[in-house]
Write a protein that binds this ligand. Structure first.
Ligand code: HEC
Ligand code: HEC
Length: 469
């Protein structure tokens, strides 16, 4: 169980940040020269670690001042928050209701969260967003009246958790063109023990697993014009792929801006994503989100003591934002391997690269080291209709109930090492990359069919390419 590991996570990653601060390692020459142009997936920020801590390192070119701020952010990212009032006032304010007690509980070792192993295990890194039809004053989702915008399964002492989400899977079989069979697990969700009565009958649910934390500052630094250049909302070029930017409310700027983060590109910035997580996932208020999330029927929640107004100082939010932006992407492995090379060509041939794009030049960023980098996230950061199979039926700003943001694929090949599993897609239903591809539908249907039609050796080569990212 994850809980047991939580206590050691901070020690490990702080120690690592400190070690990394001593020197800025050079590029190993193993692959240099002969390497593909995308060998350094994150440009000069790229690191070369392939250990279980591969996602926890600061950008390789980060200045020593910025490494100090990174270490502060690292500390608070891994910190466990406790119930207010506590003697350690700088870490109190948990809840009253919450999903987890630290950022790293879900983004463990800055890696990827997993759905629960068994139906009776609690949901930690998989959270369930809730809303009812309509939009709020900024065009965003409207929370369920009694439970709010996100199910919080846990409560502090004296406050009820809102309910217990449960997932069960049904195996659905299919076959590749050559006759080899496969099986996908189709999830069904339900929520037991609802503390405040039944949900509104029109409630929509969106289960989402915690993504990896790498390369996020680079994504923030990609110029809006580069992303917009791939948008093709009405599929003007007739390739069956539209690609739509999300436009979401920025609390800081008080206007709608391009969405970049989250499974539906539903957050505009790392600051807002982090502050939103403090409130929604941990129950901690910040300058950006100063009021708590208890709904009018949650009497004990409303009466529970607060850890301050806001509970978290602005400077700490800034440290965590800096940390979230500066976590580095590891370099590709085996980029020059013949099979991997073949797989890369197949990736383009099958149309994967029409959505999973690389090759951006980053623009200005608050962390100057992230600017001017040639980066390969393998995502257009746009929304695509992915078909019925993946649809959550819950709109999020301009994303409709069938649309998801193309997931960046950098780091994919290290998930097993870092996070100990290979569960993929927005709710972790796919058990590996092949299953993730087989779930693709909608705008990606043609591309999926190309994969299904490949002979086994080609499929293996494509998967070898993905594993090199
Ligand atoms: C309960 C589990 C959980 C906790 C705790 C949590 N996160 Fe997340 N995180 C998620 C999920 C799920 C998403 C995707 C959200 C979405 O699509 O709406 C996410 C997304 C993110 C992203 C965007 C990543 C991307 O690729 O777009 C960042 C940055 C982030 N979280 C930072 C944080 C920080 C900072 C904290 C602590 C304050 C935190 N998270 C706590 C589950 C969690
Ligand atoms: C129309 C755009 C589009 C095309 C074409 C496409 N993808 Fe995707 N891909 C997506 C989106 C959107 C997601 C996220 C879906 C979700 O999580 O529900 C995704 C998710 C994935 C994932 C899971 C990533 C993760 O971390 O969860 C993998 C692996 C992947 N795609 C590989 C491929 C491959 C290989 C191809 C070509 C055979 C391909 N994709 C074609 C849009 C596309």
């Amino acid at each position: 169980m994850n809980f047991r590991w939580l206590s050691i996570a901070p020690i490990l990653s702080v120690a690592f940040a400190a070690a990394a601060a001593c020197s800025s390692p050079a590029i190993p020459n193993q692959d240099a020269g002969a390497a593909d142009d995308d060998y350094l997936l994150g440009g000069d920020t790229t690191v070369f670690d392939v250990s279980p801590l591969a996602f926890s390192l600061p950008a390789r070119n980060l200045t020593s001042d910025h490494r100090d701020t990174f270490a502060l952010g690292d500390h608070f990212f891994n910190r466990n928050w406790v119930t207010a009032p506590a003697s350690t006032i700088d870490t109190d304010g948990l809840g009253p209701t919450y999903n987890a007690t630290s950022c790293s509980a879900c983004h463990f070792k800055d890696g990827r969260g997993a759905p629960p192993d068994k139906p009776d295990e609690p949901f930690i890194a998989l959270l369930v967003r809730l809303s009812i039809p309509g939009t709020d004053e900024h065009g965003g989702p409207v929370g369920e009246p009694s439970y709010g915008g996100q199910l919080n399964p846990f409560g502090v002492l004296g406050v009820l958790g809102e309910g217990k989400p449960v997932v069960t899977y049904e195996e659905v079989t299919g076959a590749f063109a050559d006759g080899e069979t496969y099986s996908l697990r189709k999830p069904t969700y339900r929520i037991d023990g609802l503390a405040f009565g039944p949900f509104a009958t029109t409630t929509m649910f969106s289960p989402r697993v915690a993504p990896a934390m790498i390369g996020l500052g680079l994504i923030e630094a990609i110029p809006e014009t580069s992303i917009a250049s791939f948008a093709d909302i009405n599929d003007g070029n007739g390739d069956g792929i539209s690609g739509k930017p999300n436009s979401v409310w920025s609390v800081r700027e008080q206007k709608r801006v391009l969405g970049r983060f989250g499974w539906k590109a539903n957050q505009p910035s790392l600051e807002q994503q982090g502050a939103g997580a403090f409130l929604g996932d941990i129950g901690i208020t910040t300058d950006l989100f100063p009021s708590g999330e208890c709904t009018p029927v949650q009497i004990a929640c409303l009466a529970a003591p607060s850890g301050g107004a806001p509970e978290l100082e602005a400077k700490k939010v800034a440290w965590i934002t800096h940390y979230s932006a500066a976590l580095a992407v590891p370099a590709r492995r085996n980029a020059t391997d013949e099979t991997v090379r073949k797989g890369k060509a197949l990736f383009t041939d099958a149309g994967c690269a029409n959505c999973h794009r690389g090759g951006y030049l980053t623009g200005p960023h608050a962390i100057a080291e992230l600017s001017g980098q040639r980066v390969y996230p393998y995502s257009d950061l746009l929304l695509h209709d992915m078909g019925d199979g993946l649809a959550d039926g819950r709109p999020d700003f301009d994303a409709d109930g069938r649309e998801w943001r193309t997931t960046p694929l950098w780091g994919l090949g290290l998930y097993k090492t870092v996070s100990g599993h290979t569960f993929l897609l927005h709710d972790g239903r796919a058990r590996n990359s092949s299953e993730a591809i087989l779930w693709h539908g909608g705008e990606a249907e043609k591309s999926k069919q190309r994969y299904v039609a490949m002979p086994p050796l080609d499929r293996a080569a494509l998967l070898a390419f993905l594993a090199s990212l």
